[in-house]
Design a protein around this ligand. Structure first.
Ligand code: FMN
Length: 303
């Protein structure tokens, strides 16, 4: 019997596929629907202290091998989102809910994390990686001191596990080690890759914000490289994310060193049953290679 189970801070993820932040996760209803479709856990949309409209339209463009988005962290703000979290907690009992938060300073992150935990989040994901929101996300991770303070302040405030979501920079391994040293319990890599597209006819950038983040198939080699490099530097669990579209992609991330995975853009290409499809493909491949347990695969590419 092939096992797709993996452990993340005492939660059994079966399958090891978690809904990534920002995709179908702004309301309890959409999150519940995904939770009931065989994901191992759910990350909420990144939530800030105040409601935020985000960037002007267009905010998402479909490219040949993925999506380019510059949403600009639109969200209802923590006060409003608490109701969604309460509702979600009631309907999703056993799967971990991971509250994703963003702020511009350590105190903001700590307050948000505490609110998320009080309303049922089992873990907190610090979004230090959004590539298109000035003063938030990747701007925080680019400053070592700020990053250290954010993580330590959140660590003082809550007792639940903290995941730090990093941008795919060439410094990702060093940043991951810094996150571990500051108290992070796990690393999530990667967020979208800073990118743009230009319309030749109108001679203008297509996104309202001009620059956005690329996700989906095209970024898988970048995500794999990041997980591989981070694995060599840290001893805490790594959650791989970026371009996972098939069971084979998922298993490649595990070979690189991920012990759990997040999926986002695939819901756009393969629909809401994507987790079931990917899990089935993982099982088929493992069966073919006579691998019974995912543990046999994790970080094998390092040997
Ligand atoms: C439309 C859209 C919105 C996103 N919003 C967030 C967000 O609010 N917070 C966050 O940390 N990541 C966000 N992401 C990034 C995803 O969580 C994920 O890291 C990235 O898309 C790579 O995974 P994928 O290729 O499986 O989609 C967003 C991605 C997309 C496509």
């Amino acid at each position: 019997m092939i096992e797709l189970k993996t452990d993340l801070f005492g939660f059994v993820l079966d399958p090891p596929l978690i809904l990534a932040s920002g995709i179908l996760d702004q309301t309890a209803r959409t999150m519940e629907r995904i939770a009931n479709n065989e994901v191992g856990g759910i990350v909420t949309k990144s939530i800030g202290e105040e409601p935020r409209e985000g960037h002007p339209n267009p905010t998402v463009v479909e490219l040949e091998n993925g999506l380019l988005n510059a949403m600009g962290l639109p969200n209802p703000g923590i006060e409003d989102f608490k109701t969604e979290l309460d509702e979600l907690r009631q309907s999703v009992e056993r799967k971990p809910i991971i509250g994703s938060v963003f702020a511009s300073d350590p105190e903001g992150f700590a307050e948000l994390a505490q609110n998320m935990v009080e309303h049922g989040s089992d873990m907190i994901e610090l979004n230090l990686s959004c590539p298109h929101a000035e003063g938030y996300g990747a701007s925080i991770a680019s400053d070592d001191e700020m990053m250290r303070e954010v993580i330590s302040r959140v660590k003082e405030k809550i007792e639940k596990p903290i995941l730090t979501k990093l941008p795919p920079s060439t410094e990702i391994a060093r940043k991951a080690a810094l996150a571990e040293e500051s108290g992070s319990d796990g690393i999530v890599c990667i967020n979208t890759v800073r990118a743009m597209t230009i319309n030749f006819e109108t001679q203008e950038p297509i996104l309202g914000n001009k620059i956005g983040g690329y996700s989906g198939k095209a970024i898988k080699p970048i995500g794999l490289r990041c997980v591989f490099e981070v694995y060599r530097e840290v001893d805490i669990p790594i959650i791989g994310c970026g371009g996972i579209n098939t069971g084979r992609d998922a298993l490649e991330y595990m070979l690189a060193g991920a012990s759990a995975l997040q999926i986002g853009t695939v819901f756009h290409t393969r629909g809401k049953k994507s987790p079931n499809k990917i899990a089935q493909e993982m099982k088929e491949l493992m069966e073919k290679e006579k691998i019974e347990d995912l543990k046999e695969l994790i970080a094998e590419a390092h040997k």
